[in-house]
Design a protein around this ligand. Structure first.
Ligand SMILES: [Zn+2]
Length: 287
């Protein structure tokens, strides 16, 4: 039985092995679709198969909503303080600054969008859940005041779990404080476009996020005030399917449009022109 004992020669491949690093691939957490990471990145964090919108970094929204090289950040030095001596707040703040690489949960600045000057604020969910404390409130007020002075439209991209617990009543005050400046904008006819992303809840949804002249949201974004479980326990009833999603809110007249991330820039630019009474650009005009 010699052939059973035949020495096996190790098989050598004629072709050179194609080395694909593991991190080239990415998987959609919604539908399980696997694709090259670059495809997700080029689509601004949107799944190429099911269109699921991932949470993306603040810098992505700034890139989407400003002309290249036009972004000028404002009030970057504002820092939260532990005014109430809340347990562990100092440590949590320090950790959040380190993790997010920025000072608080919102970035504000001025820029142009398709050539039109705008004021822009983008909230950062990575920084303590995008919670609104004194700094977030103050920065929103300052950017809104800048928009008022220059009579330029304000766009706020919201992403927030609500008011920041560790600043207690000081956080709650920000609801009134931001609402006052948004009311002044409305009184003086300076446009405000509110963009809701996943998630926009609590104190932010109860103040400026829902005070826009136009309110748009990203597909699938969770938007609401209190969490579904809390509401269910309070009213003692089952909640409808898809409740607290952008699509549900659109259907019930709470928001004006659901806009995919890739269309945010052109949509906001068009809204800015419409609200300022500008002529549409030549290329868009129907002859
Ligand atoms: Zn997917």
């Amino acid at each position: 039985m010699a052939w059973f004992r035949k020495d096996r020669r190790p098989r050598t491949s004629q072709r050179e092995r194609l080395e694909i690093p593991a991190d080239v691939w990415d998987k959609c957490e919604e539908c399980g679709h696997v694709d090259v990471r670059e495809k997700f990145e080029r689509g601004y964090g949107v799944c190429p198969s099911c269109g699921h919108h991932r949470r993306v970094d603040v810098t992505q929204y700034i890139a989407l909503l400003t002309d290249e090289g036009s972004w000028a950040p404002l009030n970057q030095g504002l820092r939260s303080v532990d005014a109430l001596g809340f347990e562990h707040y100092r440590d949590r703040l320090a950790a959040a600054v380190k993790k997010a690489g920025r000072e608080d949960a919102v970035r504000t600045g001025t820029a142009t969008l398709e050539g039109e000057p705008i004021a822009l604020a983008v909230m950062d969910f990575k920084f303590m859940g995008g919670s609104m404390g004194s700094v977030v409130g103050e920065k929103i007020v300052r950017i809104a005041q800048r928009a008022l002075e220059a009579r330029m439209p304000l766009i706020i991209v919201s992403a927030s779990g609500g008011a920041r617990m560790q600043e207690g009543v000081l956080s709650l005050m920000q609801l009134a404080k931001t609402s006052v400046v948004i009311a002044a904008m409305r009184a003086q006819g300076v446009p405000f476009i509110s963009v809701l992303t996943d998630p926009t809840t609590g104190g932010v949804s109860a103040s400026y996020a829902f005070q826009g002249d136009v309110i748009i949201a990203e597909p699938g974004a969770v938007i609401g005030f209190a969490g579904a479980r809390v509401i269910k326990q309070t009213i003692g009833q089952d909640l409808p399917e898809g409740f607290q999603t952008a699509e549900f809110l659109l259907e019930h007249g709470m928001i004006d449009a659901v806009v995919p991330r890739s269309r945010l820039g052109p949509t906001c630019a068009q809204l800015v022109r419409m609200l300022l009474g500008r002529e549409p650009p030549q290329t868009e005009r129907v002859s």
